[in-house]
Design a binder for this molecule. Sequence first.
Ligand SMILES: Cc1cc2nc3c(=O)[nH]c(=O)nc-3n(C[C@H](O)[C@H](O)[C@H](O)COP(=O)(O)OP(=O)(O)OC[C@H]3O[C@@H](n4cnc5c(N)ncnc54)[C@H](O)[C@@H]3O)c2cc1C
Length: 460
Amino acid sequence: MRVAVVGGGLGGLAAARTLRSAGVDVHVFEASPRAGGVLGTSSSDGYVREHAASSFLGGPARGALALCKELGVAVERASPKARRRWIYIDGKLRALPQDPVSLVRSDLLTWRGKLDLLREPFRPSQPAANGDESVYDFAARRLGAEAARAIVAPFVTGVYAADAHDISLEAGFPRLAALEAHGGLARGLARQAALGVFGKVVSLASGRRRSDGTERGLWAPVGGLGALVAALAADLGDRVHAGAPVARIEPGAGGVRLVLGGSSGASLPGDTWDGAVLAIPAEDAGGVVAVPGLGARMAGFHRAPAAIVYLGYREEDVPRARDGFGALVALGEDVRVLGIVFESVVWSRRAPAGHVLLRCIFGGGRDPAAAGLDDAALIAQATRDAGVIVGAAGTPAHASVVRWKRGVAQYGLGHRERVRAAVTAARTHRIALAGADYMGPGLNDLCTDTARILDEVRAW
Ligand SMILES: Cc1cc2nc3c(=O)[nH]c(=O)nc-3n(C[C@H](O)[C@H](O)[C@H](O)COP(=O)(O)OP(=O)(O)OC[C@H]3O[C@@H](n4cnc5c(N)ncnc54)[C@H](O)[C@@H]3O)c2cc1C
């Protein structure tokens, strides 16, 4: 079996590795000069900058942590300080409660909001009228309007850079949807362990729930995710063809034909294949696959643009960014940044001694126009917002921008059905769909999805 993987981001590379391990003769075609897609790490002024993802949760068993270990990539667990999380809401930075006691003391919700939250187990679960529901509507219905606004919506922004009104519960947060299907959050979680309702919701959200023996907590390769990309590319060796954009995938009898763009075709291993794994952003795939009907389906998926502004400060100039993972911003606040990660608090050796590195996220589905601002405007906005939220003072010692036109995959209402239809249409032509647009955008999702892709290929 000879399979071409089109797109050398983590989705394509991880799929290629799984296929090769199963004995498939696989080659990866990547348009840009280097593999990794949005993932990568670079240094500037002594600050270490992740270009997109910066971490992943310890589970599941065949997730990103397992892949790092298989490849011999050294990993580190996030600092214990990262357990603390902040929400910027109503003009103030407030701690996210970690347990029922801190919930009672918290100023994140009013007493009415706290009581609403505690009533969750007594609310009957009900399937959404049209089969799908936004995360915001679900949270407001089950946990109350205050918890939806102050806890759930900022958390959704942290994962999808999106407004929680726009994200499908069943596609974006399938574990929550499954709990609802089993009688509600508390009832579902009560089956798994005997902690309080709120503690379990927070644990689920922060990934510290692990009843299956896999690793807990937040992880990253030592020095950044560039190390994982480099190890994957080295593992696949001369099967990765960088600087090889695929212009067209044409279905043929018992396989597909690849037409390469650019001038890189001469030394590539043939143009006919038993099938292809399509691992490029779905919005770009429409123009590449010459399959009637499939291109139009691909246009139904969307990755929102994103920009990361990195700001470096002297420690003493950022008094409120010394403890915690970072701050997420609630909807409707008078700042434009979606969230600020205290990168050098969470990970070791990310900033020069005596300095802190802030990772400020802009754009996404919540504010796509922000990702289109020029560097100077973005840095000015980030500096202002960091001043408002974490008290950053003076001119940053470092400021730089990383931006992506195709940034964070957005799983809107009806996403599951769109995926099912696109996967089925592609399968008919021996094309398997991979990458962040379909089964989950996180690094763990991409790694675990490789088992499904192998099944697709075996079924051809
Ligand atoms: C700002 C940001 C922060 C994030 N943070 C996290 C996080 O902390 N944790 C987490 O788990 N996830 C995070 N994510 C999500 C995660 O990084 C991405 O979903 C994932 O890396 C996408 O991988 P991919 O392979 O699907 O796509 P990509 O990385 O986009 O790769 C697609 C590849 O296809 C190539 N390509 C395109 N067209 C062609 C063509 N015609 N021929 C050949 N090649 C082509 C592109 O050059 C690219 O290399 C974040 C994403 C962003 C943008």
